[in-house]
Design a protein around this ligand. Sequence first.
Ligand code: GAR
Length: 203
Amino acid sequence: MAKENLGILCSGRGSNLQSIIENIESGNINAEIKIVLTDKPDAMALSRAKDAGIKAVCVNRKEFETREAFEKALIKELKAANVTLVILAGFMRLLSPLFVRAYEGRIMNIHPALLPSFQGAHAHRDVLAYGVKVSGCTVHFVDEGMDSGPIILQEAVPVLDGDTEETLAARVLKVEHRIYPEAIRLFAEGKLKVEGRKVKILE
Ligand code: GAR
């Protein structure tokens, strides 16, 4: 099977990017990261990519007047790098239909809660405010809505008395670092079959 060419989009720290890099290096995932793109010049993901010898480019959102122009610049970079699977790893922007259609069925995201609960950019804050006892994380395909595409993998994580956003985020992140590479591995091996809202895992 041909290697999947990954383009990874990040906004900040890039710890999920790091876990994907390590899983590729250790041979767990049959893929190559062709490019890392960030929307912010100070994203730590840029230096993580460069340290691993991966091309890294900032497409600074502030330098574009419209979302359309910004997304066209992202698509241009991804196409030039021959990317076949787009990975959103802590990319804190909603992508428009223009972008989603350019990579239909070939965009994944990780969200730090059990979707469809607690969508949006402040999942841990919202989880703690609601008082649920269980949270977790979700890897899903990206469609034209917010955190609404077909779910690939999910795993639950307990919410403990006294949790802060930081302690909960750290507990969830450990699981993110395991299930995101796993979802990418399954995709790269052709083991994900999407049927409407459902993703079948063929192994
Ligand atoms: C992760 O927890 C990811 O699930 C979350 O941002 C964090 C990025 O961490 N993403 C979202 O909230 C998307 N709505 P990282 O930069 O260290 O991978």
